[in-house]
Structures are given as structure tokens and as C-alpha cells.
Write a protein that binds this ligand. Structure first.
Ligand SMILES: [Cu+2]
Length: 65
């Protein structure tokens, strides 16, 4: 599992956008997202950089946590 922090994730719409972006890259990806801490945990069959790029391409500021 990989952990990222997405500071500008603020609502359920952001959660859906991030989930959709990662699952479009890996339909089997599992995400656990905590809005309060801005943490996004991802279990995916993708390199961390690909997950990070998918989240960034959806318009978010993301970095490894
Ligand atoms: Cu939002």
C-alpha cells in the first residue's frame, strides 16, 4: 500500500474524483481516503508514480506522505 497526501482534497466530490482517477488507471485499485487528514492510501498494481500522476492529472496537489 502507498500513502499520499492531497492537501487540496476538501470534500466528497474530491474523494470521488480521486477514486475515479486512480481506478481509471487501475480498475482494481483499493483506496482508503481520510478527508480530515488529507491522506489517501492506495493499494494498486501500479507504480507509486503512476498513482501520483493520475491524482495530479485530476487537478490535485499530491505528494508522497
Ligand atoms: Cu472537493
Amino acid at each position: 500500500m502507498s500513502r499520499f497526501i492531497v492537501e487540496d482534497m476538501t470534500c466528497d466530490g474530491c474523494v470521488r474524483a480521486i477514486t475515479g482517477a486512480v481506478r481509471s488507471a487501475d480498475p482494481g485499485a483499493e483506496l482508503h481516503i481520510d478527508l480530515a487528514t488529507h491522506l489517501v492510501d492506495v493499494a494498486a498494481s501500479l507504480p507509486d508514480q503512476a498513482v501520483q500522476d493520475a491524482i495530479a492529472d485530476a487537478g490535485f496537489s499530491v505528494r508522497p506522505a
